[in-house]
Design a protein around this ligand. Sequence first.
Ligand SMILES: [Zn+2]
Ligand SMILES: [Zn+2]
Length: 243
Amino acid sequence: MRLTILGTAAPYPRPDNPCSGYLVQQGDTSIWVDAGTGTLAELQRHVAVRDLDAIWISHAHADHTADLLTAYYALRFAGPPRARPLPLIGPPGLVERMVGFLGHRSAAVMDEVFEVTEMRGWHDAVVGKLSLSWGPLDHGMPAFGLRVQAADSVLAYSGDSAYCEGLVELAEGADLLLCEAGASQHPPTGAVHCTPEDAALLASTAGAKHLLLTHCEAPDARDRALAGFPSVELAVPGMTREF
Ligand SMILES: [Zn+2]
Ligand SMILES: [Zn+2]
């Protein structure tokens, strides 16, 4: 399996760093995971939008979805149409939000562009050579994490979430755990992100082999996570890992 980091910035893009977005590939299968602001352009360094096999969206926050709007334009108005709509797996209500931006006439043709699956609870799906599992997490809104299984490797992705049992289940034994560290410190109540220490605890508890931190708030996130888990890297745009 190959993971390419398209962007990691939170909660808004920076020069040379889009918001959250990742490309997961196995052979000729390509899945765009989270469509954060700026990631559509970076995606095209690796694969054309129309050649994707699926898009998977963790939750509806704009830093994970904004580029779906222009992906719609790419698929609907540019170049030859796909033979079939592009599978789009996302949280409930995602299409209604998109139609709100794109205009009401887009509602009538949305199913020609995207074949939408709304995530509700735990579920599995097969996309080309990759098996996906997802489950609900804790982010103060409907939010999901992802587990991707290839023939001989497993990737787990936290989306945005506070530390929770669902994360542990998704990350169990993963070869690579891509985990957000969107909080530097826990708020007094109602955490919705992991801290670097949470990410390290998750990697350790789940028995993951390697932790890739993303969407970090703290500049010293890697050092902080290394205090609790031995194999930690910081995700940066353009980084590719094969495992
Ligand atoms: Zn979020
Ligand atoms: Zn986010």
